[in-house]
Design a binder for this molecule. Sequence first.
Ligand SMILES: NC(=O)C1=CN([C@@H]2O[C@H](COP(=O)(O)OP(=O)(O)OC[C@H]3O[C@@H](n4cnc5c(N)ncnc54)[C@H](O)[C@@H]3O)[C@@H](O)[C@H]2O)C=CC1
Ligand SMILES: O=C([O-])CC(=O)C(=O)O
Length: 330
Amino acid sequence: MSKTPLRVAVTGAAGQIGYALLFRIASGEMLGKDQPVILQLLDLPQAQKALTGVMMELDDCAFPLLAGMIATDDPNVAFKDADFALLVGARPRGPGMERKDLLTENAKIFTVQGAAIGQNASPNCKILVVGNPCNTNAYIAMKTAAKAGGRVPAKNFTAMLRLDHNRALSQLSAKIGRPVSSFKTMTVWGNHSPTMYADYRFATSNGDSVAKLVNDQEWNAKTFLPTVGKRGAAIIEARGLSSAASAANAAIDHMRDWHLGSNGDWVTMGVPSDGSYGIPEGLVFGFPCICENGEYTIVKGLEIDEFSKPYVAKTLAELEEERAGVADLL
Ligand SMILES: NC(=O)C1=CN([C@@H]2O[C@H](COP(=O)(O)OP(=O)(O)OC[C@H]3O[C@@H](n4cnc5c(N)ncnc54)[C@H](O)[C@@H]3O)[C@@H](O)[C@H]2O)C=CC1
Ligand SMILES: O=C([O-])CC(=O)C(=O)O
């Protein structure tokens, strides 16, 4: 007997990430090749025509797992009974901007959508915020959802650090000449911004210590961290548009592992802190997580050594500043 369809809300569905994301969700790459889905697509009124075109293409794929879809400009409709919500819709940055420059403009989107999730979504809804600055937008949505009815637990509001995690893996793979598939237990701490701290001290490749294989702290500080941290800007510079296919891919990875498990490996998720590692409770921070049975757990007890401390402190300070900047909205 086939499974009951799960409802997946996607915002900004007519945008460039949406176009790289929806077809993969509908083909079963996110929730499993035996899991039917209903897509609940939200975009602005002026994007509804383009969204109709995307839905026509989804129809034309004849995906066996696509059990239905709706398009709407009303967040209450989009999030109704949603089991998963991917909050992509927001303005992207252009050349010369930092992601936090988007905060004032994009923050309002997440107060409205957080409230709509709190009032309408399934109580088990898993939420991933992609729209930038994603950590603080996830924090806003989490707070406003709680105020609006609290159907969804705060821990289910997450932000996308997986693109940084994947970028770090690919840079390390090139550095040591081993395939990405050989790596385990990589992580990225903090904010999805150039301050994030990609940390390979605990990572292994076919069981060997990656730190020992690299054995080059100058490369770490001067090449690796800036390359991963500024990769988004480098893509904007090269493409004239911000990353879309790799962002959609990271969103799929994040949700798939959360839902289906990470098989004991660490994945980086931006999640509300439970106070681990001295990160203030509630702040949405990139942590190493293990996913099992549809739940994530923050990996505890790792040493933050003298090299790492200033990086963790810097990304934390930036997130605290962003949080202070939106305090009057909450
Ligand atoms: N966390 C991450 O790793 C990454 C985040 N991003 C962010 O994702 C966001 C989306 O990027 P793109 O798809 O490239 O942008 P885009 O401009 O191509 O698409 C955004 C879509 O969102 C829609 N939208 C705007 N306000 C909305 C609202 N209130 N409700 C529903 N839909 C709304 C727009 O009409 C548009 O269709 C940007 O904020 C970008 O910075 C992009 C790459 C990686
Ligand atoms: O850099 C941007 O603005 C888009 C993004 O978040 C990324 O590619 O990491």
